[in-house]
Write a protein that binds this ligand. Structure first.
Ligand code: GRF
Length: 196
């Protein structure tokens, strides 16, 4: 058997999806190793979670680099040095450049809290709730050069209850995310292992 596939998570904020991935990897529910957290927000909760779990962190401030190409070069070099097979975006609030996406083509996955292509962008849950839809959900997709586009891998439907408060819908959407993301990441890493 070859070495286990390796993945990195990118996060900018609370990192609850990152935590779900940590927990699933520890429990043997992900056939791969979580090797790195990349974060553009030194001090964010996701970094604290990595430290608690003993996962190495690559944290940076965009303003410390001359531009996006420079920090993406540094991130990409670290991913290659760590032999990362899969990049898992989990609340990473920066848009990846076409150059970076091309460097890791077909190996970047994202989770979005709506049924894409409906409600892309930074406020997927709120936008769906304000639109009064009866159903929203979660999408896991491969990342291409667009924002919240790219081939769909899995969607989970979440009904909006009559009169439901936004905060309650958010809780149920996040619970759906924490269930689906480890499952899809496991499947993708198993595919990496089979392709070796
Ligand atoms: C999640 O809702 C995810 O779908 C979106 O950003 C949010 C990140 O939340 N891309 P968390 O940091 O994982 O708690």
């Amino acid at each position: 058997m070859g070495a286990a596939p390796r993945f990195a998570v990118f996060a900018s904020g609370s990192g609850s999806n990152f935590q779900a991935l940590i927990d699933a990897a520890r429990a043997g529910r992900i056939r791969g190793e979580l090797k790195l957290l990349v974060s553009d927000r030194p001090g964010c909760r996701a970094i604290g979670r990595a430290e608690e779990a003993g996962i190495p962190v690559f944290a940076f401030r965009a303003g410390d680099y001359p531009g996006k190409a420079a920090y993406e070069q540094a991130i990409g070099d670290r991913l290659e040095a760590d032999r990362i097979d899969l990049v898992v975006l989990a609340g990473y609030m920066r848009i990846l450049s076409p150059g970076f996406v091309g460097r890791f083509a077909g190996r970047i996955v994202n989770i979005h809290p709506s049924l894409l292509p409906a409600f892309p962008g930074a406020h997927g849950i709120r936008d769906a709730w304000e639109a009064g839809v009866e159903e929203t959900g979660v999408t896991v997709h491969l990342v291409d050069e667009g924002v919240d586009t790219g081939p769909l891998l899995e969607q989970v439907r979440v009904p909006v209850m009559p009169g439901e408060r936004l905060e309650d819908l958010e809780v149920r959407i996040h619970a759906a995310e924490h269930e689906v993301y480890p499952r899809v990441v496991d499947r993708l890493l198993a595919e990496v292992a089979r392709g070796r």
